[in-house]
Design a protein around this ligand. Sequence first.
Ligand SMILES: [Zn+2]
Length: 265
Amino acid sequence: MDRLINLLIFYLGAIVGSFLNVCIYRLPREESIVFPSSHCPHCNTPIKPYDNLPVFSYLILRGRCRACGGKISARYIVVEILTGLSFLFLSIFFAQSFPMFIISLVFVCSLIVVIFIDIEHQIIPDEISLGGTGFGIVASLAYPMLHGTSAWRSSLIYSLGGIAIGAGLFWLIRIVGGKAFKKEAMGLGDVKLMAYIGSVVGPSLTLLTTFFAAFLGSAVGLTLIALKKAQISSRLPFGPFICIGAILAFLWGAQCIAWYLHFCH
Ligand SMILES: [Zn+2]
């Protein structure tokens, strides 16, 4: 029985993942995410409902359009499976708290969209960063335990504090870095993304997110340089590292901080 429920949760996630794919394709192109229905990017043929089944259709059609045989990006099935696994993992991680499960789903799904759009287009849509900041404030008011408190006033202060620290810190890096390197050190999109993350995780986990993102970014950057896939002057989109850092901080940040304080006393 449990297995069947897990399978259903995974597939529900994969269905949401196919919607995230629509967002990843259309948000940077400023197209509506509702109309028209999905069509092949090569021949524009509308995709039939039976060819639009998450995961299965991609496998059955071997990643090609039924009408023209054009190749469909592997990103589609990757996002569907990743979202399905996220649903399953979060349902287990937050089994004790339904509100946290719902908030974590919105948070992780929106960051999956940011990761794939930023890698492909080097932009972060305002729909997600600014819309997400609104979501973070509302979620903090509706469910103060998001910030480990029972009072909505304190929760709101944590949320606004997270926005101020996240956006403020990255704004500062943008200004100082821009002057020091005479080019854009940090995009405005990253500043707004940090406002969103701050509104959900609060001030201390926002700082931890920054630390994780800087660590991951440097590790990947240095590895790419060592493998001669990049140069010191290459630009690596920073958004994906912020997103991964934010998810790690959201899930395990409180334990990390408690562990750190325990050993530094
Ligand atoms: Zn086609």
